[in-house]
Design a protein around this ligand. Sequence first.
Ligand SMILES: [Fe+2]
Length: 285
Amino acid sequence: MSENLSLLYLFYDLKAKIIFKFKKFELFKTKTKETKEFKKYGFTVFTNRIIRKECNSILKKIKSLDDPWDSTNKFKDSASEIFKTQLISIFKNGIDEFIKSVFDSDYYIFYHSLYKSERLTKEKSPQGSQLWHADGGPGNCINLMICHSHIDESNGSMKIIEWEESKNLLVKLHYDYKNLVRNTLSINDFKNNRIFSREIKCSLLKKYIEEKSIKYFQPESKNSGAIFAFRNNCVHAGGFTEFGSERIVSIMHIYPSINRSSLDEKFNKLHLKTKPYPLFQDLPK
Ligand SMILES: [Fe+2]
C-alpha cells in the first residue's frame, strides 16, 4: 500500500475518532483489559457465557445444514444473514464495546467469511494462509476471529507474533526482498506471478522466525466461542490442522466508520468478500 493511500486512511480514521468524541459516545469510559492488551501486543483473546452459547448454537445449525460448504470449505451463503440473530447477540455481549474502545469510534464490517479447516490426507503440507504472512491492507483493520469450534494446536488454531516483533520482521523483509529482487531474480520470474512473490516473502519470514526462535502465541480453548482479535499486520499463520481434526471459524475484517449505526443496521448487509480491503472511495460517507 502506498504512503499517500495510508495517509488517506489515517485521516479518515482521525475524522471518525473526532466525530465519536464530539458526540460524546462513551467519552470517558476506561479501557478494558482486552483493549489494553490489543493495543500493546496487537492481539487479544476473550469469551463469556453468552458468546459460548451463541457460537454453540451456530455450530449446531451448521451441522444441521445439508452441504453448507463450497469446494474450498467456505460457507456457501452469507453467514451474516443466516446467523444474524446469534451474531448480534455476540456483538451486544462484548464485541461491540471492545471494537469501539479500540477504535475510539464507530465501525463497519467490511466482510465476513465463515470457513472450515480440515485435513483429509496425511501427505498435505502447509500452504496459503497457513504460511507466515501479514495481510498487508490498511493497518487500522481489526481482524476478528469468532471460533465456533474449540481451538488448539491439533485443529490448526492460528499462530501470531506480537506487534513490536512483527514490525521488526516486516521492515527486515521489505529490505531483504528488495535486495533479492535487485540482485538475484530476473524480472521474468515475477511476470503475472503474485503467488511466486508471496511464496518468497513467506519463506523469508519463516527463516527469520526459525533462526531467531521468535516466540509466537497460539490460543487454545476447550469450548466453542473464543474471540481472537488481531491487527491484520501482525505476522500470523493459520495452524496446520492434524489429520482427522476440524476447525470452524468466522473471520471478519472491521474498519472505523464516521457514521454511527446500530447493530441491526450493521448486520443488515451480506458482508460477502469481494475485495481484500476497501478502496478509499468506498469508505462510509
Ligand atoms: Fe492472514
